[in-house]
Design a protein around this ligand. Structure first.
Ligand SMILES: [Zn+2]
Length: 142
């Protein structure tokens, strides 16, 4: 195999690193010096920023566009967390409503079954007394 073998390339979004001590985000190249990398990092600060080498990262981190992005990054993360929480709350609410609907559907099914049973009794009584006293269930719904 030659040294120019085709290596599959993957794309990954670059994310700043969180510093627990300061509570702030900072830039750190995910690629070490001299490291051969088959991952292309895309920084969300600017479309078309494909980063593959440490040198490209260092140069990119120095751009005004990226510096501005890094300053806003904690707000972006916070907004994403809030959106995720909101989505989770909505998912829970939907699940609750689905269960509630299933319970109500089951109750309706049980009541329909009871109505059918009562109608059979009514028809039986009508046959005994020879007088029609009721309409079939759901005859007014058609
Ligand atoms: Zn960037």
């Amino acid at each position: 195999m030659s040294s120019r073998a085709i290596v599959p390339i993957t794309c990954k979004e670059y994310k700043p690193t969180f510093d627990i001590t300061s509570g702030e985000y900072y830039d750190e190249s995910p690629v070490n010096k001299g490291e051969r990398n088959s991952i292309i990092y895309i920084c969300p600060c600017k479309s078309g920023s494909n980063l593959r080498t440490r040198t490209q990262f260092i140069k990119h981190f120095g751009t005004d566009h990226h510096k501005s992005y890094l300053k806003k990054y904690s707000n972006i993360v916070e907004n994403e967390k809030n959106e995720d929480n909101e989505k989770n709350e909505l998912k829970k609410e939907i699940e609750f409503l689905k269960r509630d609907l299933e319970k109500k559907d089951k109750k309706i099914e049980e009541k329909d079954k009871k109505i059918e049973e009562l109608y059979i009794i009514i028809v039986h009584i009508e046959n005994i007394i020879g007088v029609k006293i009721g309409n079939p269930p759901h005859s007014d719904c058609d």
